[in-house]
Design a protein around this ligand. Structure first.
Ligand code: ADP
Length: 407
């Protein structure tokens, strides 16, 4: 009996221990499950955050997310780069953006939510201008309010640097304004003279009429010249529409041809042209290389009509696969204050052009620069007025193989 009671008690005790241990096991399992799911959520959230960061960093513009208190709560790599070493996360926009207009734009959206697209200009000392290395930079802002909770919003700001587009538009506008100005002057002269000639006794004095016709002809030539050069620039600027016609040609032949074409002017000015370029084979568009070298040699002659000038042409094929061509003269030169602008369209050194003289177009060097760049090269100029003015062209020259069929 005692045994039976003891056995029952033992059985109950074992059952109790088993239940407790099972309970303890399920508690610890629950705890592990909870820990696992928390870790999973954290990992998921971290993965989610990483994915968001990856997507934001891939955006081609700067992105900022700003909360209702005006603090930057998220930004992408492009936005970080604008501020360099500064840590701007969780800082107020007023402490970060020193430019009032951008703060105003963000606050407008925070106060009355609605999408906005704005263009803003930033001065040279702004972080935005330093980023694009510009005196003044221009950015397009897209501001989107996003509802987070019932009474709370965030503003997402996307910023795109449009300085290059604005600059191109400005160049285009300047070009149109300058071209119209350049064409208007000779046209006004021609129409004035035509009016005189068509008056009743306009043709009675033959000598005066002839003089007027000569002046008109000179200005027609000038208009023609300007139009031709403008067409050439536009052709060079749309290189895709009119690709270079690359061929192999002899630099010596190209230079001899130019000097021959300028022979009358050279003789008239008692100028001296020393062609010291070695016999080199070049690869490029012969039409443009002729234009480049013609403009440089003609400029040296054109700017030095008062006293005989010596023009020296040299060329050197470098081992690096580059060719260096120099055109120098010992004429009046270019003042250092004008030197940075000579490759700009329509730029002329004013003091080189007297009132009575028909001016150059101011397009020649800009054609030269574009044509050299179209060949992957660069051109620079240095000048010590009265002593030496040198234009240096450096352009890549792929090795030229002689064709086995060439004679
Ligand atoms: P332009 O049609 O007036 O010659 P360019 O673009 O060829 O236009 O040249 C721009 C200006 O640069 C010229 O007006 C001239 O004042 C100056 N210049 C160019 N080459 C020389 C040179 N070799 N010597 C002196 N001045 C030069």
């Amino acid at each position: 009996m005692i045994f039976l009671i003891s056995a029952c008690a033992l059985f109950l005790l074992i059952a109790l221990i088993r239940t407790r241990s099972r309970l303890a096991t399920s508690e610890s399992q629950n705890l592990r499950l909870q820990q696992d799911s928390e870790a999973l959520i954290t990992r998921f959230e971290e993965g989610h955050q990483r994915e968001i960061k990856r997507l934001l960093d891939a955006l081609p513009y700067a992105f900022f997310s700003i909360n209702a208190q005006g603090k930057i709560i998220r930004l992408n790599q492009n936005a970080h780069e604008i501020f360099g070493e500064r840590n701007i996360l969780n800082r107020s926009i007023r402490q970060v953006f020193f430019d009032a207009p951008i703060v105003e734009e963000i606050e407008k959206v925070l106060n009355s939510p609605g999408k906005r697209i704005q263009q803003l200009s930033f001065p040279a000392d702004s972080a935005f201008s330093k980023k694009s290395n510009k005196k003044e930079s221009h950015w397009e802002l897209a501001l989107h309010p996003v509802s987070i909770e019932r009474d709370s919003i965030e503003v997402q700001v996307m910023m795109r640097d449009i300085s290059a587009n604005i600059e191109t538009d400005q160049i285009r506008q300047d070009f149109v304004a300058n071209a119209s100005h350049e064409l208007r002057t000779p046209l006004a002269i021609i129409s004035g003279y035509l009016e005189n000639l068509t008056e009743e006794d306009g043709l009675s004095n033959e000598a005066i009429a002839k003089k007027m016709l000569t002046v008109m002809e000179r200005h027609v030539v000038r208009i023609n010249h300007i139009v031709e050069e403008m067409l050439l620039i536009s052709k060079l600027e749309s290189a895709k529409a009119a690709p270079l016609k690359i061929s192999t040609f002899s630099l010596a032949d190209c230079l001899n041809d130019i000097i021959e074409r300028l022979e009358l002017v050279i003789e008239k000015q008692k100028a001296q042209v020393l062609n010291r370029a070695p016999a080199l084979q070049m690869s490029g568009d012969l039409f443009y290389w002729t234009q480049i070298l013609f403009n440089l040699i003609e400029n040296a002659l054109k700017q030095n009509t008062q006293s005989p000038v010596t023009i020296l042409i040299t060329a050197d094929q470098k081992e690096s696969g580059m060719i260096e061509i120099k055109v120098s003269d010992n004429g009046i030169g270019i003042p250092s204050s004008d030197l940075p602008f000579i490759f700009k369209r329509f730029f002329r050194v004013e003091k080189h052009h007297s009132r009575n003289q028909v001016k150059g177009t101011g397009l020649g060097l800009s054609i030269v620069k574009r044509a050299v760049e179209a060949h992957g090269g660069q051109i620079s100029a240095r000048s010590t007025p009265g002593l030496e003015t040198t234009f240096v062209i450096k352009a890549p020259q792929p090795p030229i193989c002689d064709s086995p069929l060439s004679p």
